[in-house]
Design a protein around this ligand. Sequence first.
Ligand code: 9WN
Length: 432
Amino acid sequence: MDLDRQRVLRDAIQVLIRNWHGHATVPSRSLYPHQWSWDSAFIALGLQHVSPRRAALELLSLFGAQWADGRIPHIAFNPAVPDEAYFPGPSFWRSGDRAGHPPIATSGIIQPPVHAIAAAAVSDGLGADGPAFAARAYPALVTQNDYVRRHRTLGRLAALVHPWETGLDNSPAWDAPLHAVPADLSLFDTYTRRDLHHARGSERPTNEDYARYIRLALAYRDCGYDDAIAQSSAEFLVVDPGFNALWAWSELALAALARSIERDPEPHLAEAARITAAMVEELWSSERGLFLAKDARSGRLLPERSVAGLVPLLLPGLPADVVRVLRQTLAGDCFRGQDGVRGVPSFDLTDPRYDPRRYWRGPTWLNTTWLVAVGLETHGDAQLADRLKADIVALVVKAGMREYFDPRTGSGHGTSSFSWSAALLVHILAGR
Ligand code: 9WN
């Protein structure tokens, strides 16, 4: 390993150690001082190479925040951190008011279900302890996906009630449905944004969009997080190709976990095939060259090209012509075709709304770049997958463990010492 790689590996491990708070890892000590759902899955993938036991604990501690209905909330709050350290905090979400709440305070929305993928990897790395871990993780993961299927599907695919549920919160793909939600700036008489204390306003969502996020979260909370009520009255309801692809991919990981503890993998394989087929029928656009999100309120596909539309490459069951077109789109002008682009930009470089430094509106993120790289490997394109992984390493060598990166200059943005950037770097340097 060359000196640069040795240096960033050491730095990354230090970030993971510093951000560990005893049973889980915060995404960032300053901007995100609690446990986040999909972050923990990416973090566990990296942590397994440092300490397989810590990686297992990271996931088990998140499962400890699971609700009785099966949802794994997007934030598990650390009781030792003051309410005002992050907004919206525990006093906003009021998870304790709802029957079946977990022993600690949590948010009420969800994030993409990447956890089974992490659990399957962690279980493999635990050696003789793997089956015992798998036996504990498996029921939580099955219930997590059952919740999505029973409470969140509209027709055949999952629908999300808040941009934060997609993980790609501020993507221009959400502009049209989100801008139909009133932006009530008087909400800031009651609530204070905390993110702007830790990150530049020019790299975060606007106040108008933040007011819409608050309104949507309040509406979901005030209907008691009841999904039937929420879906029938939702001001925002989208079917996201990234979330649905990760849901299908997680069923494949559940099949592997099931096998390892002598359970039947078949229902998981069938579920993955079902979701994959539904995605191709409902979200594929040969015209735009990738999967699109759908506005479930109008039934219309949203035309924006975002990295979420490439994430379904992870699914081995895609038709060959879909894979071919996805690879062309990835290599074309919208994403990788232009000189000097590193990783996979989160949004279409040719769209006037592309912004290389505002979160999810253009920057390269390491998690989505890694997911696309694994998708390429799934379809036999190891060469381009390796280039994406080399880009990830190069970005971190140049700018450190930043939250996201300008795709063309490689400069780092958002928060520093960001856990999933560190974890995925470790994972890649371990040859994954
Ligand atoms: C809201 C923690 C999270 C990530 C999301 C990312 C950002 C939160 C925020 O940070 O969202 O959940 O306050 O902006 O968009 O993907 O999980 O790292």
